[in-house]
Design a protein around this ligand. Structure first.
Ligand SMILES: Cc1cc2nc3c(=O)[nH]c(=O)nc-3n(C[C@H](O)[C@H](O)[C@H](O)COP(=O)(O)OP(=O)(O)OC[C@H]3O[C@@H](n4cnc5c(N)ncnc54)[C@H](O)[C@@H]3O)c2cc1C
Length: 496
């Protein structure tokens, strides 16, 4: 019978593993290299402003749904206000005409029809699927026996229908519209090559059900709430503790060695840290097969990003909160020509800026190797960050004349920042990119164990293609379920 678990990483997956481990009576110890919980789920204070680096929407904010149960078990949402946005995103075309992704499916349908009445049939099919998908709430505890069979029977036809959407990219899908504006603007809504329509349908489906809101307080507050739950359950956590190696004896994981040379033994090791570092550095690539090697060689990653954050002494709350817009002239950032940008303001969350002031952020896809090389020269790295900050400022000045004078703080995070603070491979901010080619892997899942290594599990975004907070939290729960199953004990979970 195993009694102790060592967990690598205090991101959402590591904290979740710790919480469920404690709920099931295991001694748990989390080792985190940074000095705070959350990993990618974080925010930072600058000059009276809070710049959030993660959550824009969270699946599971509707009471009674499966993921809501997970967040409640983890103590993440208790007492937290949630904002359900009326619009998810506004995508502007070259002449200022905009496609608005309204959260309400009925309003979205009306809006699409007003843009192109002759595409009514395609539009109705799309919004019908958005409504249907939003209602799908796959159970997190798969029922066995007759109950499980009847559930599968009910869900199967729906899942078959959705498979088609998982294999169709937004680019291909947009050809169903006859209207040239819809055809050109649709692929820009989730501006990722080969992004499956299912990704859009599911996001808007959950928004329509008001099950994908924004938790007031943002990312770090949510991570701290889960950390509190873990500590209240009696879990142990050590910060500034980088794990260098996973200790292995006779094909069994037996503990970890930290960068300071100390060793910590346990019956089970769970890595909720970066997948590549876990497999190839902490375990020296000794436990792998062709399938896993293939993932790390061939599967695309969420592209690294630059986040520019501005603190401005101006109230932007009457403005749409999330807008993608074409640039008047393309700009060059990190060796790439950029012809479109986006911005978000956080005025719906009063904890992000003092009254009457606002935070504006943008995220720009970029090249990891460029920033990594530049980082070797401190001066050039700093200058390039400043240049990117001023490019975004100039674009905001065009949109909100005079805003340049109101800017009190500029902050630029590059892929190097993401690697420094979270260790994620090549700065990927959500692990494996969701594409039409791997979307079924998202449904089937990736293995959370490694061949030839016992008493070891992986949790987090690197075993959940598409990444995101809910899959990371769920993976911690599933890991402890697997441990309980292995040792013949009944999995327990409760809410604080
Ligand atoms: C800009 C941005 C926007 C996002 N928006 C959303 C959103 O709106 N909704 C959503 O659901 N998701 C969103 N995400 C994705 C989400 O943040 C991630 O998928 C999720 O937080 C991953 O959690 P994780 O625990 O798997 O990994 P991580 O957060 O990467 O946690 C891993 C932890 O392990 C630690 N670690 C690494 N190596 C070691 C080591 N050797 N020793 C000790 N500790 C180590 C790291 O410091 C880190 O704390 C967004 C992410 C970003 C960056």
């Amino acid at each position: 019978m195993a009694e102790s678990i060592v967990i690598i990483g205090a991101g959402i997956a590591g904290l979740s593993t710790g919480c469920y481990g404690r709920m099931n009576g295991y001694d748990t110890h989390v080792f985190e290299m940074h000095n705070a919980p959350g990993g990618l789920c974080t925010s930072w204070n600058r000059n009276g402003y809070v710049f959030d680096g993660c959550v824009h929407w969270l699946l599971g904010t509707k009471a009674g749904t499966s993921f809501n149960r997970v967040w409640m078990e983890l103590g993440a949402l208790q007492g937290r206000k949630v904002v359900d946005h009326e619009e998810f995103l506004r995508v502007e075309g070259p002449e200022g005409k905009a496609l608005v992704l309204y959260s309400d499916a009925g309003r979205f349908e009306e809006h699409l029809k007003s843009l192109s009445p002759k595409d009514a049939r395609v539009i109705e099919e799309l919004t019908k699927n958005i409504r249907r998908f939003g209602k799908l709430d796959p159970p997190i505890d798969k029922p066995g026996g007759l109950e499980g069979f009847s559930m599968l029977f009910k869900m199967a036809p729906m899942m078959m229908g959705f498979k088609k959407w998982a294999k169709t990219s937004l680019q291909d899908y947009s050809r169903n519209f006859t209207d040239p504006f819809l055809r050109s603007i649709f692929p820009l809504t989730f501006d990722v090559l080969k992004f499956p329509v299912l990704g859009m349908i599911s996001t808007l489906g959950w928004m329509n059900e008001r099950n994908a809101g924004y938790p007031i307080g943002g990312s770090l507050e949510m991570a701290k709430a889960i950390e509190k739950r873990y500590l209240d359950l009696g879990g142990e956590i050590s910060y500034r503790s980088r794990v260098e190696k996973i200790l292995v004896e006779d094909g069994k994981a037996t503990g970890v060695r930290l960068a300071d040379g100390t060793e910590h033994k346990a019956d089970i090791v769970v890595s909720a840290a970066d997948g590549h570092a876990t497999i190839f550095d902490m375990l020296d690539g000794a436990f792998i097969n062709d399938t896993i090697r293939g993932y790390y060689r061939n599967m695309p990653l969420f592209p690294p990003i630059i986040q520019v954050s501005l603190g401005v002494k101006r109230d932007l709350s009457p403005e749409p909160h999330s807008v993608s817009f074409p640039l008047e002239y393309p700009v060059r950032i990190a060796g790439r020509s950029i012809s479109r940008m986006s911005y978000k303001h956080f005025c719906y969350d009063p904890t992000m800026a003092p009254a009457g002031k606002s935070v504006i952020t943008t995220i720009i896809e970029t090249d990891y190797e460029y920033w990594k090389a530049l980082h070797d020269d401190e001066e050039m790295y700093r200058e390039e960050k400043e240049r990117v900050g001023s490019i975004f400022t100039a674009e905001m000045e065009k949109r909100f004349p005079g805003i340049r004078e109101d800017i009190e703080t500029v902050d630029v995070a590059t892929p190097v920042t993401y690697v420094r603070y979270t260790g994620n491979w090549k700065g990927s901010f959500e692990g494996w990119l969701l594409t039409t080619e791997n979307s079924t892997l998202m449904i089937k899942g990736m293995p959370n164990t490694l061949p030839g290594l016992e008493n070891f599990y992986m949790a987090g975004q690197w075993i959940k293609p598409g990444g995101g907070l809910p899959p990371s939290a769920l993976s911690g729960r599933e890991t402890v379920q697997a441990i309980c199953k292995k040792y013949g004990s009944k999995f327990q979970a409760d809410m604080p």
